[in-house]
Design a binder for this molecule. Structure first.
Ligand code: BGC
Length: 752
């Protein structure tokens, strides 16, 4: 049995029962000394926390991870970590310790400034298994023999930030010889009822360090550090101060016109770190149990002018392997591609969050499902989504409806937080996308029952297979008639997604060998399509709502009779042209726009929309200085300033969903079979773009596609991974099969 399975049999949950449950109380330090009667052959530390914790052994922090064990649906399960600590142990006296933080368990969550979402006291469960060189085994679990006290972390909260009073430091508190002054016994808590499960995804770590690009002083003694990039993470402070000097760091993503940091969009999240100096030399501090979404930091409380060494920014996210690379001859598109990647890096922090800065940072399902295809081109997100889909299943309601956010923390607000079109559908779409990218059928099997329950739930709660109006429609679309709601009716979005997810489930059932289910869902799918056509499609191919998104859903999800497809497509083209080739779409329509145009042969139009530089467009945000994706097409404009503060994130990846099209159509790499076992190389040059270099590490090896155009000649270099079949489609040439290996091909374009 692995230590994870037995951890709870030899260890108890410990913490401080007297810790106040109101306000923002300090973080407890816990520890236990022990004796090893000989040298160590092997040792494993297994632990988890209700809250977040840093584990220490003999004076060193174990591992470079942050905010572990991360966020799971603590009502159901906690994630267990295992570390090899052989090298940190000594024959003789040792000291094992932990610092416990509130994290998502007891810290603030949601927009009403509420704490204690899962419980009132952070707790630790830890077990050390040691094998001595002479074969003896020693096990040490967290229990009442541990001691605790409070130290310098005076307050710590994910939304609000951390306060560290260095005057209260405990010195070498986790070494064998540490003083016992002020330490008292811990409290033991009742056994946890949830499941203890090995952590499925990679831990959160620092993946990059950034130094300030610029320091300004827009108000007297308030210095603003600009890191040049909007990130999620923390700052390390290095300072010489007098004892008791208080240095305050306030974080934000943008600057106001007067050069001060724009923080109105943070809503109730305080996002402030405070350091109180010990005095007497250089001091260095990094907060432990919080994170911020920021590019700028305002520093107050300094004695004089700071230099760049005062602050270093640390980029934090789940430590996934980077995957694809994309570069083309248009610098604005390269910046957009970088913004998309930063959008992912700013939001894949144990769960895929909507944004990393305000009092939200939740695993919004709709955002995740529209972006997952793009995410998989940028990073290896397989383990990340295995874990998150567990969170999603944990939040699934008994009737089969998936929650709006996973882990589900909104369900308590009522039934309307479940089963919403395009959001709840993440439960089917995300496993499917992971299967497409990695050929990993286990994710389909793990999620199968949950998917079936969602489809059944949709069927039961639909009226003649038309879905009711559920919450979000084409969220934040440009041509919203009522705030946030596009002309496309919510029931149309719901019914289109009902058809789409049923069609995916038909394929999944077939793949997993559930033949009866496959037949049943195929029939259901055909019936939904008929219902959709009856309710929303006119004989001349118009779709109710008559807006870009209405046509995109109908075309992308194959909901039209073949005779009406071209007509509907013509309406879509008219609508795009009526806007002078601009999009009007929101979260739901945007990811479908360029793929549908390409599929129906109008990549030229797709390029036109993509390359627009005025409002609303992707490059408009780039032109206005974006370094990440924005929540709104007009989160900030030079003319009008900031968008509505109630919801104005500058790090919201949903519109980054265009990245998949950039990799697939500009870059030319698209999967033709799950796991890229078959690849389509089909780069389509457009609108002045003269070259692109794209690569993707597939499960079978590196796929590459590089092309350049000189005059009318297009030269393409392709690498097909070993054992992979490929097809090449170049403008002006017939599709042709390609064997594994490197190939160079040329073609003549009709126009340069
Ligand atoms: C979030 C979104 C989310 C939406 C639901 C917002 O508050 O930030 O990204 O999908 O609510 O409509």
């Amino acid at each position: 049995m692995s230590p994870t399975n037995t951890i709870a049999t030899r260890a108890q949950w410990i913490g401080d029962r007297q810790r106040p449950t109101t306000g923002e109380p300090p973080c407890p330090y816990l520890r236990r000394s022990f004796h090893l009667p000989g040298p160590v052959r092997r040792a494993t530390l297994t632990w988890t926390a209700l809250g977040v914790a840093d584990m220490h052994l003999n004076g060193a922090k174990i591992g470079g991870d942050f905010l572990m064990p991360g966020w799971s649906d603590f009502r159901e399960r906690a994630q267990v970590l295992e570390y090899d600590v052989t090298k940190l142990l000594l024959a003789g006296e040792n000291m094992l310790g932990a610092i416990l933080g509130d994290g998502w368990y007891t810290g603030t969550l949601l927009w009403k400034n509420e704490r204690n979402h899962y419980g009132t006291h952070p707790q630790l469960l830890a077990r050390l298994d040691v094998e001595l060189r002479d074969g003896r085994r020693i096990t040490l679990g967290s229990d009442k023999a541990w001691e605790m006290r409070y130290g310098p972390i005076v307050q710590s909260d994910i939304y609000h930030g951390e306060t560290y009073d260095a005057r209260q430091e405990l010195g070498e508190w986790c070494v064998p010889s540490a003083s016992s002054d002020g330490w008292r016994k811990v409290d033991v808590f009742p056994a946890y009822r949830g499941v203890l499960q090995p952590k499925l995804n990679e831990p959160v770590r620092v993946t990059q360090i950034l130094h300030p690009r610029k320091i300004t002083e827009p108000a007297p003694k308030a210095f603003v550090f600009d890191f040049g990039q909007n990130i999620a993470g923390l700052c390390r402070l290095k300072v010489r101060g007098r004892r008791g000097q208080k240095i305050v760091l306030k974080f934000g993503e943008m600057l106001n016109a007067d050069g001060t940091v724009y923080r109105e969009n943070l809503r109730l999240a305080r996002v402030i770190d405070t350091y109180i100096c010990r005095g007497g030399g250089e001091e260095e501090w990094t907060p432990r149990f919080t994170f911020h979404g920021f590019r700028y930091v305002e520093v107050t409380g300094l004695a004089g002018q700071p230099d760049a060494s005062l602050l270093t920014a640390m980029v934090l996210h789940t430590d996934m392997q980077p995957a694809g690379k994309f570069h083309c001859s248009n610098p604005l598109l390269n910046r957009l591609n970088a913004n998309i990647r930063w959008g992912l890096r700013g939001n894949f922090l144990d769960v895929p969050t909507d944004c990393p800065q305000r009092d939200e940072r939740l695993g919004w399902t709709g955002d995740a499902q529209v972006f997952i295809g793009t995410a998989a081109f940028h990073y290896d997100v397989r383990r990340f989504f295995h874990k998150w889909l567990q969170d999603l299943r944990d939040g699934q309601r008994k009737d089969g409806a998936f929650p709006d956010v996973a882990p589900d923390v909104l369900g308590k607000y009522g039934p309307h937080q479940f089963g919403n079109a395009a959001w709840a559908d993440a439960g089917v779409i995300c496993p499917w996308e992971i299967y497409q990218h990695y050929g990993d059928k286990s994710i389909l099997a793990d999620n199968y029952d949950a998917m079936v329950r969602w489809i059944e739930c949709q069927r039961r709660t639909a009226k003649n297979l038309i879905r009711p109006r559920t919450a979000y429609g084409d969220w934040l679309a440009i041509d919203a008639v009522v705030p946030n709601h596009a002309p496309v009716p919510c029931d149309l979005v719901g019914t289109a997604y009902f058809a789409h997810t049923t069609s995916l489930l038909t394929k999944i059932a077939g793949l997993l060998g559930h033949k009866d289910d496959a037949r049943r869902f195929q029939k259901l799918h055909a019936q939904i399509v008929v219902a959709f056509q009856k309710a929303y499609v006119t004989p001349d191919g118009r779709v109710v709502g008559h807006c870009q998104t209405a046509y995109l859903l109908a075309l992308a999800f194959d909901l039209l009779p073949s005779r009406l497809r071209q007509k509907a497509f013509a309406h879509l083209v008219d609508l795009v042209e009526a806007r002078n080739c601009h999009l009007t779409t929101g979260f739901v329509g945007t990811p479908l726009l360029l793929p549908v145009l390409t599929r129906f042969g109008r990549t030229d139009l797709a390029y036109k929309i993509l390359l627009q530089e005025d409002y609303p467009s992707w490059l408009y945000t780039v032109r206005n200085g974006a370094t990440t994706m924005w929540e709104r097409w007009n989160s900030y404009t030079k003319e009008e300033g900031f968008g509505p503060v109630g919801m104005n994130s500058f790090n919201h990846y949903a519109y980054g969903a265009v990245g998949e099209w950039m990799y697939g159509v500009i870059g030319g790499i698209r999967p033709l079979a799950p796991g890229f076992k078959k690849i389509l190389f089909a780069p389509e040059p457009g609108d002045g773009i003269t070259s692109a270099e794209t690569s993707l590490p597939t499960p079978h090896g590196l796929a590459e596609c590089c092309w350049r155009v000189r005059g009318r000649t297009m030269v393409v270099d392709v690498t097909v991974p070993e054992g992979v079949r490929a097809e090449l489609r170049l403008p002006g040439r017939k599709a042709a099969p390609l064997a594994s290996g490197r190939h160079r091909l040329t073609t003549k374009l009709s126009r340069p």
